[in-house]
Design a protein around this ligand. Structure first.
Ligand code: NAP
Length: 469
């Protein structure tokens, strides 16, 4: 888009619209990008994160062996290096900075805090030692600083992964791959050592519904089914289609999506496999739901499961046919959930912030002036990274429409640093600090002869770099 010279002069003369973005994952960074790309108003964007490291789930969620997906960082980095964008790490919304503080420093706030916690299965034994959220396992191998290095020992031969989404596939794949295959990734060295000495031989993947209802995508399923040295065990009766689908003739009528048909074809290629040879086995159990994690304070000793089916109204029901899986660890991968933000309305049922076109609504359904939302906390934990780009652009369109009113409502704004200082010694870091962590991770990779980066693990490791030791 080109603007007449007179307009350009006008844009340069007015004070930038100051926008705070809370959360530096893809959704937050895409919101900043949408703000810097438009030419209606000059902007000053502060992207804040609780952590000293940007990129959210791209750094702490995308599987370490998915290097191509992680490559999105190159584009996100350009946004963080835009002159109108400023990264501030080590600042927690609600603790180090309140909404009232931000009203004194910015015209608008965009919440982009994602979905930080796991959902639960709601079955007995879920909290036994050895029963974990997949997010715990992901955080561990992705080196999230909140996760403890010694949280996983992997001394069981059989592990159950509950859920049929892409996260379940990620954790199953990491458990099944040999440490050699992961050595070129950014997995921290102590984590790689645990994976190398782990005793896992069989991973059971449990889907409570059938192959047509599974949430995982075809490329991820194809990759899982073709891991070298891994036998895939899937029984014909496990990938039965539900009678309603068969009756409706959906397969014949071509009403299934291409992805679902591809998934089915991939699974059928593996039905009733020949005698096992590989060192590891992936066992797929569709139409199987967990009933109870068995064990005691010493750990998990099994998982009781039930065969399921769809009732005529489409709801999931148990058949009463139960079985026990002889597993020593259970990872529930049944979806992420967002965490309510202080002073921001939250819908407990959808676990999202109520909003209209990206504008946050209060408990009465009225628009909260100056508050916007993007990403998973806006629409729930779904979609791929790129989904956040159009989602953020839509929210920023609303924000820009509101810009004149936001300017009018704001008094004279104070510098963010000044308001942060009022809270005492908040430990914060900037983009240059992140680049030092980044460089240290590259140095470690070189020293260990492993790929482009080996991640630091734990707050103490970040602090050492930030303190210059
Ligand atoms: P998800 O796609 O929503 O899958 C959650 C799975 O858990 C579903 O199969 C669901 O079954 C099952 N489930 C829910 N409650 C259950 C219960 N009580 N007992 C048994 N099973 C239960 O979530 P996700 O795997 O966490 O992924 C989140 C998002 O990140 C998705 O959009 C995903 O595609 C994306 N992601 C993408 C990649 C990639 O592109 N490589 C990698 C990781 C994540 P029902 O369908 O029956 O509810």
């Amino acid at each position: 888009m080109t603007f007449p010279e007179s307009d350009k002069q006008y844009i340069e003369d007015i004070e930038p619209l100051r926008v705070a973005v809370i959360g530096s994952g893809p959704a937050g960074i895409y919101a900043a990008e949408a703000l810097t790309r438009q030419q209606q108003v000059p902007v000053h964007v502060d992207i804040m994160d609780r952590l000293p490291t940007p990129y959210g789930l791209v750094r702490y969620g995308v599987a370490p062996d998915h290097l191509k997906i992680k490559g999105v960082v190159r584009a996100l980095r350009q946004v963080l290096e835009h002159p109108d964008v400023h990264f501030l790490g080590g600042v927690e919304f609600g603790t180090d900075l309140s909404r009232a503080d931000l009203a004194r420093t910015h015209h608008a706030v965009v919440y982009a805090t994602g979905a930080a916690v796991d959902r639960r299965m709601g079955i007995p034994g879920e909290d036994l030692p050895g029963s974990f959220a997949a997010t715990d396992f992901v955080n561990w191998y992705c080196a999230h600083p909140d996760s403890a290095l010694d949280q996983f020992v992997l001394n069981s031969e059989e592990v159950a992964v509950v859920g049929a989404g892409n996260v379940a596939i990620d954790v199953a794949r990491i458990l099944l791959k040999g440490a050699d295959e992961l050595s070129h990734t950014d997995i921290p060295q102590p984590v790689l050592d645990v994976l190398a000495s782990g005793r896992v031989r069989t991973v059971h993947l449990l889907a409570r519904r059938g192959p047509l209802q599974a949430k995982f995508t075809s490329p991820e399923l194809r990759e899982l089914l073709s891991l070298p040295g891994v036998d895939v065990d899937v029984r014909a009766e496990q990938i039965d289609l539900d009678p309603a689908t068969v009756d409706a003739g959906e397969l014949g009528a071509g009403r299934l999506s291409r992805a679902v048909r591809t998934n089915l074809k991939l699974l059928r290629e593996h039905v009733d496999p020949p005698a096992r040879e590989g060192p590891r086995t992936l066992r797929l159990h569709f139409w199987t739901r967990p009933l109870e994690v068995q064990g005691d304070e010493n750990g998990v000793s099994g998982l009781r499961v039930e065969r399921t089916r769809l009732a005529s109204d489409g709801s999931l029901v148990g058949t009463g046919k139960t079985a026990e899986l002889d597993v020593g660890m259970v990872l529930r991968s049944v979806g992420y959930a967002s965490v309510p933000l202080p002073e921001v309305a939250f819908d407990d049922r959808s676990r999202t912030v109520p909003q209209e076109e990206g504008r946050v609504l209060d408990a009465k359904g009225d628009v909260v002036r100056g508050d916007y939302v993007v990403g998973w906390i806006k629409r729930g934990p779904s979609g791929v990274i790129g989904t956040n780009k159009s989602d953020a652009a839509a929210t920023i369109r609303s924000l820009l429409e509101d810009a004149p009113a936001l300017r009018e409502a704001a008094g004279e704004l104070l510098p963010l640093e000044k308001v942060l200082d009022e809270h005492g010694p908040v430990v914060r870091s900037n983009y240059q600090d992140w680049l030092r962590i980044d460089a240290e991770e590259a140095r470690q990779a070189e020293e260990l002869g492993r790929g482009e980066r080996v991640k630091l693990h734990g707050w103490h490791a970040y602090r050492r770099v930030l303190d210059g030791h």
